[in-house]
Design a binder for this molecule. Structure first.
Ligand code: HEM
Length: 222
């Protein structure tokens, strides 16, 4: 039996943020502009344009619209519904260590809610980074308006924070994909990010607390 883990709306939110986020990183690095320095990138078929600052800037704006729209939707939608599954709980740090150790074969993994404790911590971390990225990004959009003057010092600080946050976003993305891809125990979650569903057996064995909740709600037959 399969159990629904993500709605179509949640999948659309995740993949809009993921794809536009990856493209924002690519075009943001292009604005530095880094690709011109490493000519082999410009020689890759189809990437000849990657040395053009204004093309990156335009694309950065377009992907930022998708990214921002998905983030605002995420906050409003889950805020109004009162979803708390990914909000960190007391004791998550200790339990995350246990989950991560179990992933490398040390000790037993404690039963989890719908989300693993390390996912809740990752969500908070990703949330803080995205908040800083989007706020400093919006300040950059405002200062680019022709009738707005921003003192160079403020602009410099804002740009520095935006670039540092983008670097942390890249690191967080690498860790996020790494934890999913490298550990077989997480593969059912990867599948669920496309199908929205997981096997009942997986839920019973790994997400014992969520399993009991689903049983209480009558979503699983005894
Ligand atoms: C900018 C890019 C991305 C962002 C901001 C992002 C964000 C998130 C967040 C906040 C979660 C929920 C908590 C967690 O598991 O950490 C999540 C879950 C997940 N993401 Fe991503 N993600 C991104 C890219 C990706 C990519 C490229 C993949 C593909 C490998 C991926 C696969 C997953 C999976 C498998 C889950 C677990 C879902 C579950 O628990 O059922 N993500 N993502």
């Amino acid at each position: 039996m399969k159990i629904r883990r993500h709605s179509v709306i949640e999948l659309a939110e995740h993949w809009t943020v993921a794809l536009s986020g990856i493209m924002l990183l690519f075009t943001g690095i292009g604005e530095l502009p880094l690709y011109k320095r490493y000519y082999f990138i410009l020689n890759i078929p189809g990437l000849g344009w990657a040395g053009d600052y204004f093309k990156h800037l335009t694309l950065h704006y377009i992907f930022a619209i998708f990214f921002l729209a998905a983030i605002i939707f995420h906050v409003l939608y889950h805020g109004i519904r009162g979803d708390k599954g990914l909000v960190p709980k007391k004791g998550d740090t200790g339990r995350s260590v246990k989950v991560l150790l179990a992933m490398v074969g040390i000790g037993e993994e404690p039963p989890s809610e719908k989300y693993l404790p390390e996912q809740r911590i990752a969500y908070l971390g990703m949330g803080i980074i995205i908040a800083v990225l989007t706020l400093t990004g919006v300040v950059k959009i405002i200062k680019n308006l022709p009738f707005v003057y921003m003192p160079p010092f403020l602009n410099g600080v804002n740009t520095l924070v935006h670039t540092l946050a983008a670097f942390l976003f890249l690191l967080a993305l690498i860790m996020h994909v790494g934890v999913v891809a490298l550990f077989k125990s997480n593969w059912p979650l990867l599948k669920s990010m496309f199908t929205g569903k997981v096997d009942e057996k997986y839920v019973r064995e790994r997400h014992g607390i969520w399993y009991e909740e689903l049983k209480r709600e009558g979503k699983i037959d005894e």
